[in-house]
Design a protein around this ligand. Sequence first.
Ligand code: LFR
Length: 490
Amino acid sequence: MRLAAVDLGATSGRVMAGSVGPGRLEVTEVHRFPNGGVRAGSTLYWDVLGIHREVLTGIRKAHHGGALSGIGIDSWAVDYGLLDRSGALLGNPVHYRDTRTQGVMERVLRSVPARELYDITGLQQLPFNTLYQLLSEVDTGRLELAETMLMIPDLLGYWLTGRIGAERTNASTTQLYDVRTGTWATGLAERVGIPPRLLPPLRDSGELVGTLLPEPAAEHALPELPVVAVGSHDTASAVVAVPAEPGTNFAYISSGTWSLAGLELDRPELGEEALAANFTNEGGVDGKVRFLRNVMGLWVLTETLRTWAARGRPVELAAVLREAAGERPLVSVVDIDAPEFLPPGDMPSRIAAACARTGQPAPESRGQIVRCILDSLALAYRRTVRRAAELTGRAVDVVHVVGGGVRNELLCQLTADACGVPVLAGPVEAAALGNVLVQARALGADLPDLAAMRALVRATQPLTSYVPGEADARWAEAEARLIEKTGTRT
Ligand code: LFR
């Protein structure tokens, strides 16, 4: 069975051709395009029509390389488009890194206590949660004009099929979804001033979205293919492809623009301590819970390289990683999750400022700057993985790293060192593989459950293992230093 997996990240989008059969699972990239914010005036938007065009180009290429049986779309979470009563898009979707949400979360928390929000939605507080983005639009009048809100993969699915709906794993990231009942939290929406009519009917991953409309099919010489709802949140798809052995105590880090670090649970964990530690309970495929925290991720490194290039001093990632590997470890560490690293901009200056504030030497050479970023990321993984284990009373015996970050061997080794347990790295294309697996099952492949899907990933994808070094005392010291200087404890 040949399937197209559309996997959209915040820095690039790709369409992969997947092939699934007994003992066979392969994905091949057929189309890749850069993605990212487009600033128009003071607002950072997504070029969503450009994305739609690239998606169609990719699907066409995939089909013309061998007949497809289905299409699935996953993307980053929280962002959406609003449709009017005629089904037309009302304005361009805004990028979650735009500053329009500044102060909104604080305002909402004055009327809905954090405890209550967490009880209903189970979600971590991030300033760009859909709830806060929608509220930032209240004064524009757009919410009154809008009839429906569609998350990005659902919007693209709507343009392909004409069908409206909200796939659950992504709906669970809106902070408008009731984590216990699996329905929209309409009471909460009403209370904060979001019209519940905006929230479209929910669908599960594995359901059919619809079939490709005649117009795009004709324009791209495609048959009227089924579009399947996969784990449409990219992290949900990536977690499907975590090649965990049954019965092992594993944590995962889905490592890309963000690093999503945590555990897979059967039920949400909504206790006081989970709330205080700002862990999220996002919805997984097959009703699982993704109990995790967002770590700032490779974004800080990518923005650093972009800053250098913009100044006319471009550098190759591989070269600078080699330099970083030769630098002295843990000289300076920063709280990589601090809000100052969220918006686009000059990361090297922000890192230098954070080091100065905390009385640590500011890294000077490029190798030192990158080493500081990677050490700080690994330290954030250590505190997140250990905290997740404490909060759930579970042991973690192995950390699975999946996604693009698998290619960063230095970071994988530092992750093993920092967490003090072995890291099993791979697959790189976890989100696309998870996307393909859920489609394949929906279209009749014999993959009854997550265990079967993961067994197929294990049997077919290259994995690399990293053994922790003997340096735990150094990581403990760096952690203590960061807690002392910044108060970052959780
Ligand atoms: C990763 C991801 C994260 C989400 C962030 C913003 O690509 O989907 O899970 O928190 O992007 O949407």
